[in-house]
Write a protein that binds this ligand. Structure first.
Ligand code: DGL
Length: 260
């Protein structure tokens, strides 16, 4: 599994909880984060380099692109190039959104790269013709999460400004289309109001991993205790410190990967 940084740890948490027998390698590309404002061709290049490391050097049996921006940029080309199943977070998220809404008025928030790629707009349209979607890019929110700031006054003010169009559109369900946003759930909930359901793709993606492994007959034997390995391309101490706060005690140490 990989992400540009820490956000994919929400997906890692869900996979560890649902599939405790599986070994997990999580690579956070914190050396090159953030992906959101970058050109999608560049993000696709990073995604292929990381997939090469995980699939061919570390021998993973399935790859999760636990980053919305990377999934928007490279999911199809990764599926074409690598022989293992490749799962993104966009389709599972769109599915969860479609099944949670009652009124059919829904919203998705993500990075500039994700929203401008149109990947969510296409995935939501593929779920149902009856959904009215407000898609909003939210530049700045990721940076707060990466600093460990989840519910300060500044986060609140920015969130209020960015989410105003979703509130005005009276969406009943909001998809957190960026792996970092579940950490801001309290603030987003305060801004949107208690009646709006927040959906994150983490759980839905974990279910998809379970389904794909089961269909391929590749699940780890039940009762086994899986091991989690964490790899960062950036500062190890920071990754361990913030990562442990975000994921929990399984992240007791991280290794540093330098591109050779
Ligand atoms: N992980 C990215 C995503 O889910 C957000 C962080 C970034 O911009 O790199 O879109």
């Amino acid at each position: 599994m990989f992400d540009s940084g820490f956000g994919g740890l929400t997906v890692a948490r869900a996979v560890i909880d649902l599939l405790p027998a599986e070994d997990l390698v999580y690579l956070g590309d914190t050396g090159r984060y953030p992906y959101g404002p970058r050109d999608l061709d560049e993000v696709a290049r990073f995604a292929h380099q990381i997939a090469e490391e995980l699939v061919h050097r570390r021998g993973v049996k399935l790859l999760v692109v636990a980053c919305n921006t990377a999934a928007a940029a490279a999911l199809e080309s990764l599926r074409d190039r690598f022989e293992v199943p490749v799962i993104g977070v966009i389709e599972p998220g769109a599915r969860a959104l479609a099944s949670a809404t009652v009124t059919g008025r829904v919203g998705v928030i993500g990075t500039v790269g994700t929203i401008n790629s149109g990947a969510y707009q296409r995935a939501v349209a593929a779920e149902s013709d009856d959904l009215e979607l407000v898609a909003l890019a939210c530049p700045g929110l990721v940076e707060f999460v990466e600093r460990g700031e989840f519910a300060t006054e500044q986060v609140h003010v920015l969130t209020e400004r960015l989410l105003a169009p979703a509130r005005d559109a009276k969406v009943d369900t909001l998809l957190l289309g960026c792996t970092h946003y579940p950490y801001l759930a309290r603030t987003i909930n305060d801004v949107m109001g208690r009646d709006v359901v927040l959906v994150s793709s983490a759980d839905e993606t974990a279910f998809e991993v379970r389904r794909v492994l089961a269909d391929a007959g590749r699940e780890a034997p039940e009762g086994r205790r899986g091991e989690a390995t964490f790899v960062t391309t950036g500062d190890v101490n920071w990754f361990e410190e913030l990562g442990r706060r975000l994921l929990g005690p399984e992240l007791d140490r991280a290794e540093r990967l330098r591109w050779g």
